[in-house]
Design a protein around this ligand. Structure first.
Ligand code: SF4
Length: 404
């Protein structure tokens, strides 16, 4: 008797009359929609990585050619046996105490608190009524045209108090229209020192006039493990970049350039800052879909070039690694796992544990995988594609690709 033994790191994905065999060790793939092959080779025994073959098929050209491809791509091997068939386990991940089970256990995966990795605090913001309508639905007390908000220092301090002894939070992002103008700035710095050396504090600047406030900048530079990110949304910012770079020499700095169209991409193309990383980030403004279709959407070759490791495939199957472990607190205290979804609560009324439990048990960001949304749930590439990102919420479609 004969059977194909697929390697233990080979994933089989069957969706909508297509099958994908993916070798997560070398990135090789076999994709077919051939009905004969799917019928013959996609039936695996008891979820093992074993495919039984009837001997009378072995002389057929299409069978020989499929087996050749399987062996050549190191996806599997064909073996003969007499009485006892060999077995091979398929790659499966065992998640103890899966979210929503409400079981008490010592396993860390149940304790959502321990899964918090990154916290973003928007210290100040100018919200318009429209922003509020989108991000804080149904709050009729905030019917303002445009107002500057600052996060309440005492509330934020109480909210994150349980994190000081936590080993899990490895990054805190401070964001806002101008974080140096935050009125409790000194208290905030004192608070950040409580995280000692284990947490990176990342300062996001949306204005480059930071050199006007040198004393505050120096205080930030003294924090251990600090990182400075400067967001460029205006060509005029270019002139400040070299000055900032000189002033913060030796510090961890990155520059983000937000690009809405090809002209902007060309304008920023000549940006060069010694020894510094510049990230070019496409930005959706509601009317530049063409730019996204040409420059951001995936085509089939892009997807075929992806070679996620076994761990990355497991992540793609179970969590959304863009959002997992992250929370954002906006300047009015609302807390989100994803700013483009509903808020999970507010720092004035909910503890951090309640917020995390809400996302862990009923939220729709940390566990938003492609297999849960259309049309990706019918696509064999769903285990290979990068996780759903904020672009997809902004563009109101999950398939930023030219495939489905
Ligand atoms: S984005 Fe969705 S539909 Fe497009 S290739 Fe990936 S999984 Fe398939």
């Amino acid at each position: 008797m004969k059977q194909i033994i697929l390697a233990p790191y080979v994933f089989t994905e069957i969706r909508d009359k297509h099958v994908l065999y993916y070798n997560s060790l070398n990135g090789e793939k076999i994709i077919t929609s051939d009905n004969k092959i799917i019928k013959t080779f996609s039936r695996r025994e008891n979820n093992y990585n074993i495919i039984k073959i009837e001997e009378n098929l072995l002389h057929l050209d299409w069978v020989k050619s499929f087996i050749d491809e399987v062996e050549q791509k190191k996806i599997g091997i064909i073996v003969s046996y007499d009485k006892v068939a060999p077995i091979q386990f398929a790659p499966v991940i065992s998640i103890q105490n899966e979210y929503g089970q409400k079981k008490v256990s010592k396993d860390n995966s149940y304790n959502s608190f321990l899964n918090l990795r990154e916290l973003t605090i928007v210290l100040n913001a100018k919200y318009s009524y429209e922003d509020l309508k989108q991000n804080r639905k149904g709050n009729s007390n905030l019917l303002l045209e445009s107002e500057t908000y600052s996060v309440d220092y005492q509330l934020i301090n109480n909210f994150i108090d349980p994190l000081y002894l936590s080993e899990s939070v490895h990054r805190i992002n401070l964001n806002g229209y101008n974080i140096l103008e935050y009125k409790h700035f000194d208290d905030l710095i004192a608070m950040l020192y409580k995280f000692f050396n284990r947490t990176q504090i990342c300062f996001n600047f949306n204005t480059l006039d930071v050199l006007n406030d040198l004393n505050k900048l120096i205080a930030l530079m003294e924090l251990p493990k600090s990182k400075f990110i400067f967001n460029l949304r205006d060509e005029n910012h270019k002139s400040h970049m070299n000055t900032i770079n000189r002033y913060l020499s030796g510090k961890n700095i990155e520059f983000n350039c937000y690009i809405e169209n090809i002209d902007e991409a060309e304008k920023y193309n000549d940006l060069q800052i010694e020894n510094r990383k510049i990230n070019y980030i496409p930005s959706y403004n509601g009317s530049n879909l063409d730019f996204f279709e040409e420059n951001v959407f995936l085509n089939k070759n892009d997807v075929l070039s992806f070679k996620p490791t076994q761990n990355e495939v497991f992540k793609n199957m179970n969590i959304n690694s863009k959002y997992f472990g992250k929370l954002i607190i906006n300047a009015i205290g609302d807390v989100y796992a994803n700013m483009l979804q509903d808020s999970l609560g507010n720092i004035s009324t909910n503890s951090i544990q309640e917020i995390l439990d809400a996302e862990f048990q009923n939220g729709n960001s940390w566990f938003l995988t492609r297999s849960k949304v259309s049309p990706c749930n019918k696509c064999i590439f769903n285990i290979l594609c990068p996780p759903i990102s904020s672009y997809e919420f902004e563009l109101k479609r999950y398939n930023l690709c030219h495939i489905n």
